[in-house]
Design a protein. Structure first.
Length: 174
């Protein structure tokens, strides 16, 4: 596989799930993803009577571990790289990134849902500009992979209409 064709964007702390999926695809394409598998069987410690096959397997695992960790580190930007560069092996690095950034992503998702629920429409701004604002909030939800049922989205919009729209609200609820 030509590495010029596969350029990973560097992870800067934003959009972890998207970045993680791209890195996992990359590692799978290079047959390195198995290094991150929770069920990876450890290779026994070296002994003088090891077979050649076991020695080759151990050497391949060592090389794959090195490459896997290197590719993950290479896909990290600035401060994320600096704060994670000493974590070994690759599985520990991967887990540390998941633990830190999945929590932040979940917190961000709660914030986005809160923005949608707390959005208020008023009479002092044009309805079109407010609908546009609300569409931006919905777009942020979709970007964060938060899928809310369309009936729910519409119901919330109708409930948020200002009091001057009560006639329309009542008409849609019957």
């Amino acid at each position: 596989m030509n590495q010029d064709l596969v350029r990973l964007e560097r992870f800067d702390g934003e959009n972890f799930t998207k970045w993680q999926e791209k890195v996992m695809f990359f590692l799978t394409a290079f047959k390195l993803a198995y290094i991150l598998d929770d069920n990876l069987t450890p290779i026994p410690d070296e002994k003088p009577d090891d077979t050649e096959a076991l020695k080759k397997q151990r050497q391949k695992r060592k090389e794959d571990e090195f490459l896997c960790r290197g590719h993950i580190l290479n896909a990290l930007s600035g401060s994320v790289y600096t704060s994670h560069r000493l974590i070994c092996p690759a599985k520990a690095l991967w887990t540390a990134l998941q633990n830190k950034y999945r929590i932040e992503e979940a917190s961000n998702q709660k914030f986005l849902v809160g923005n949608y629920i707390e959005f208020k429409m008023t009479d002092d701004k044009s309805i079109l500009s407010q609908v546009h604002e609300l569409q931006n909030v919905v777009s942020d939800l979709k970007t964060a992979s938060i899928d809310l049922p369309e009936d729910f989205l519409v119901g919330v919009i109708i409930a948020k209409l200002p009091n001057s729209w009560n006639g329309y609200k009542n008409k849609t609820q019957t």
